[in-house]
Design a protein around this ligand. Sequence first.
Ligand code: SF4
Ligand code: SF4
Length: 292
Amino acid sequence: MLITIASGKGGTGKTTIAVNLALIIKEMLPVMLLDCDVEEPNAHLFLQPSFTQHRGVFTTVPKVDETKCDGCGRCSSFCAYGAIAIVEKQPIIFPELCHSCGGCSLVCPTEAITEIPRKIGSVETGAGKGIQITKGSLAIGSPLAPVVVNAVRDTAPANHRGRVVIIDASPGTSCSVVAAVQNTDFCLLVTEPTPFGLHDLALAVELATKLQLPYGVVINRSGLGDSGVYDYCSEARIPILMEIPFDTRYASCYAKGGLLVEAFPDLKEQFHNLWDRIRDRLASDKPPYAWG
Ligand code: SF4
Ligand code: SF4
């Protein structure tokens, strides 16, 4: 079973939900946590894993053989990302803008362009607190986060039967979030009860709906803000599966890299209930996002 934890905006406590839910499920089933928040992975700060395998993630960028190039400029005209400029009939490559489509080498009439590997990130795997974890890290400035997300997802076994894989997605609704969320079994949308939280929750709901994924909402820091998120969920018949009240003790626990389910027995119970509700939903034969 693949469960993605997503949120329309950063700072909602998405990773807190991911690691604490993983710890609860671990009591019953093997769990793997994939940290696909590749621009800012931080699940490892809570699980304190020992990473035993490290590998680079590579794509290709063009390299121009100046002895073959006649400066025609077709490569630059073709590149939709502005990764090639022609200066005094010489192509200049900007690797950090390249999306590795390979098109420039195809349009070059003199076969002056070859493709060379470029490291755009890394993937580390290990285990901590009885949970297998994979952490993806995107190289600073690379636009290819989805490639690293896919490399992280590739570390999960193809057959998930009898195990739960939790994916911690990046905040927002970008391509890297789509890469993390698509083809999963359930999407948990974490938000907070504020106007910003509502705005970004609506975007996340739109994404999950387009991908035809079952989803539910977790409200973090409830008691703050206003009723907008509750009204929205009620009108759209979106289930609120759990609420974590705003409490400075929880914030302090999080800031120290602590785990809520270890520090607060009442929250442990709530995370158990959350898992029960997700599992029951997936066991039902209702269409993707119908809860009623
Ligand atoms: S591979 Fe594609 S994105 Fe990269 S420079 Fe060539 S045309 Fe541009
Ligand atoms: S398309 Fe080929 S020949 Fe033309 S400028 Fe680019 S590298 Fe040079």
